[in-house]
Ligand binder design. Sequence first.
Ligand code: FAD
Length: 393
Amino acid sequence: MTGRSPSTPFDDRVRPDVAVVGAGPIGLAIAWRCASRGLRVVVHDPAPGSGASAVAAGMLSPVAEAYFGERQLTGLLLASAARWPAFADELTEASGAELGYRTEGTLMVGLTGDDLAEARRLWAYQQGLDLPVTPLRPTELRDREPALAPRVRGGALAPTDHQVDPRLLVPALRTAAQRAGAVLVPQAVRHLSEVDARVTVVAAGCGAAALTGLPVRPVKGQILRLRAPGGAAPGFRHVIRGYADGEPVYLVPRADGEVVLGATVEERSDTTVTAGAVLRLLRAGVDLLPELAEYDLVEAVAGLRPGTPDNAPILGPLPGRPDVLTATGHHRHGIVLTPVTADLIADLVTTGVADPLLTPFRPDRFAGTAPDPTAAPGAADLDVPDHTLEEDS
Ligand SMILES: Cc1cc2nc3c(=O)[nH]c(=O)nc-3n(C[C@H](O)[C@H](O)[C@H](O)COP(=O)(O)OP(=O)(O)OC[C@H]3O[C@@H](n4cnc5c(N)ncnc54)[C@H](O)[C@@H]3O)c2cc1C
């Protein structure tokens, strides 16, 4: 593929090389990478950055989130996390923006004996994969984070699990993509036949289901934001995650005093915030870190993760449509998976050759599971769920 210099503005009457549907972290990062290679890129989204990323915590946690039965996904998460330091540098340079990228590491903790027993099973599994998980004695844990509750029975350190602020990341990606020459069109795509480009990339999060027929479903997550009193930094530096009386919970400290406390995982498609969820999250958070009780509660919000039947993303050509690539279904991991998704999809667009890393995540693993809405436009195809178009949070 021949390209143009990224700095050359392009004539919008000329057919784009790439149309990206969706301006969340995934779509914008793909647009940036493609435009930086000199391709003509158009990005369609009525409300850029309004999807799951608008509420996401931004943990980059391939180790703490290496779960039983998800080895291939763990491999992709590790590959993406390894790209994060260079990706963050490059993006900061290209956008001139801070990302809130922090590398203090993650502490995984258990409040009660039962919580610790459950956590230890997972750490043993993670260590069996040769992942960097270091169990800590209670004194070592408190040396690292004195603000942890004395009741916390034990923990482990995952030093390579980092964090970024998605509310800084997405605007930075948008700036970088536009500086590289990508053009944003503030409209929803209701059927793929509306898009005219050599290659279409569907990166619409939960909105991908209506456009492609792929089994992407909304998985609701309620999440809270707190703020340390008096404009101070939070009294802890690591991401802290674990179990508190059986409740899985995480706490993400930001340099500006914010603490993100999350999150529920619910098989629902509404974005209502419920009193019960807020109560459970606050109780679990305060049990692990008592000082949170003194923080301001500044936001309670819900978002919809783009989930898939095997919890893994859907990356590559749509069956029967080699001109349509999907980059969706990132579920709980879209922020950590942004660099690898963007690089590998941009490679696929430019060379036509799929990196072997993509093989387990091809869309055709779900072939035959749903009707094909790309076949022909019709009334039934126009069922774009409302939530994909919300300008929430
Ligand atoms: C509570 C919560 C916490 C999370 N925490 C983390 C975390 O700590 N770490 C992590 O890695 N991930 C986390 N995630 C997951 C992460 O937010 C998602 O995986 C990620 O945002 C997916 O990115 P995306 O660009 O594919 O989709 P989204 O961020 O959902 O963006 C999709 C975009 O597509 C647009 N769109 C939809 N339909 C159309 C259409 N028809 N036409 C045009 N545009 C359309 C939408 O307007 C939106 O801008 C969390 C998610 C939630 C809900």
